[in-house]
Design a protein around this ligand. Structure first.
Ligand code: ADP
Ligand code: MG
Length: 256
């Protein structure tokens, strides 16, 4: 890890009408850093993640990836203007997101799902996309399932394909929004194992999760979100075992 942030989030705010969901979140993510975003349901975790890549437009603050502001451009005269949809899409492609619902294309094989984006969006030659796609399926333990359609795969296998698909876009950072929450309990571990492997091999990640053991093992930093504010942050052991905020003590007290 270096000290120069890959992602910088500055005073990020989001309201839906009169409902203030994010109340000014600031943090940085260094290359290879793994951040766990924790917090009870409704605290604003998904909204925060979605504001990072402009799936939601923030009401305030800014997000910089490698020094480039997401969603906006400042011209030489200092005026800030919103980027076009196509420009935002290009930026968004550098931050792959994995959702609770894996949303694979049902009519494509596992490999077909993985190589679609690289070929269509990145312009990777099909043969090369295939070779890289197979390597990624191997990495998530599914090389043998390359030619199988999603309906024939378990939920855990489908989510691992979704992770391979996200990696195939060669993102600078991976964003996970509760990737194991929709899985049957016996399928959670295989997905967490893949994510732990990514974490340990230098993938930069922000992970929304309720899996406390995973947060402890995989994350360099955890942040606790409460009512749209980051109320606690630091190394997992410190935050989870010795939080300073009373609300954080209550949150972790019920989850050990
Ligand atoms: P979490 O992921 O931590 O459960 P969310 O970010 O999904 O929390 O939601 C935070 C709050 O924002 C909730 O009160 C939710 O109802 C509200 N919210 C989220 N998305 C929208 C939306 N598109 N329109 C209105 N309210 C929303
Ligand atoms: Mg959520």
């Amino acid at each position: 890890m270096t000290d120069t942030p890959l992602l910088a989030v500055e005073d990020l705010r989001k309201s839906f009408g009169s409902l203030e969901v994010l109340k000014g979140a600031s943090f940085t993510v260094r290359p290879s850093e793994v951040i766990g975003l924790l917090g009870r349901s409704g605290s604003g975790k998904s909204t925060l993640l979605r504001c990072l890549n402009m799936l939601e437009t923030p009401t305030g603050g800014r997000v910089l990836l490698d020094g480039e502001e997401i969603g906006f451009k400042t011209d030489p005269s200092g005026r800030r203007r919103a980027l076009s949809g196509a420009e935002v899409a290009r930026q968004r492609a550098r931050m792959s997101m994995v959702f609770q619902q894996f949303n694979l294309w049902p009519h494509r094989t596992a490999l077909g799902n993985v190589i679609e984006g690289p070929i269509q969006v990145l312009g990777v030659p099909p043969e090369q996309a295939r070779t890289e796609g197979l390597a990624l399926l191997d990495r998530v333990g599914l090389l043998a399932k390359a030619d199988v359609h999603p309906i024939r795969l378990s939920g855990g296998q489908q989510q691992r394909v979704a992770i391979a698909r996200a990696l195939a876009m060669r993102p600078k950072i991976m964003l996970f929004d509760e990737p194991t929450s929709a899985l049957d309990p016996e399928l959670v571990a295989e997905v967490l194992q893949v994510m732990l492997d990514l974490a340990k091999t230098g993938t930069t990640m922000v992970v929304v999760t309720h899996e406390m053991a995973f947060a402890r093992d995989a994350c360099d930093t955890v942040m606790l979100l409460e009512s749209g504010e980051i109320i606690e942050r630091g190394p997992p052991d410190q935050v989870m075992s010795r939080p300073s905020d009373e609300r954080a003590r209550q949150f972790f007290g019920g989850r050990r």
